[in-house]
Design a protein. Structure first.
Length: 133
């Protein structure tokens, strides 16, 4: 199994991902009713997405506590973030939902943030040293 020593940069990016995810989870979960009216997105979608972010954030924080992590674990974080971006594009443009202009902007902003985090996590993985398993 290929493992890497967690670089300080990667640790900071994963912590940022966790904190941003948790904050977005709070906003989407507690504000689903209000956001529904403004973004024209279903309450059930906002609640489900928001609730999914809490275990995600916890997992990321758990990962940051490790000095050495499997390379595959970091790749899994990157791939999950890219899947979130793809799902966001589908929600915005797929035709199953009809977000308002602000809804499209909300989706684009959070997708761009997640894409940036995935890119920074990739950079952090490249900066992390290979460790002995």
């Amino acid at each position: 199994m290929s493992v890497v020593s967690m670089s300080p940069f990667l640790r900071r990016v994963l912590i940022a991902d966790a904190l941003i995810s948790a904050a977005a989870g709070v906003v989407m979960t507690l504000g689903a009713g209000l956001l529904n009216g403004v973004l024209a997105l279903p309450v059930s979608l906002l609640m489900a997405a928001g609730l999914a972010l809490f275990p995600w954030a916890a997992c990321l924080l758990w990962l940051t506590r490790k000095a050495v992590v499997p390379r595959a674990a970091v790749w899994a974080v990157i791939v999950c973030n890219l899947a979130w971006v793809a799902d966001s594009v589908w929600v915005s443009l797929g035709g199953s939902f009809a977000p308002s202009g602000l809804g499209h902007a909300f989706i684009a902003l959070q997708a761009a943030t997640v894409l940036l985090l995935a890119d920074l996590e990739f950079v952090g993985l490249r900066r992390s040293r290979v460790a002995m398993a």
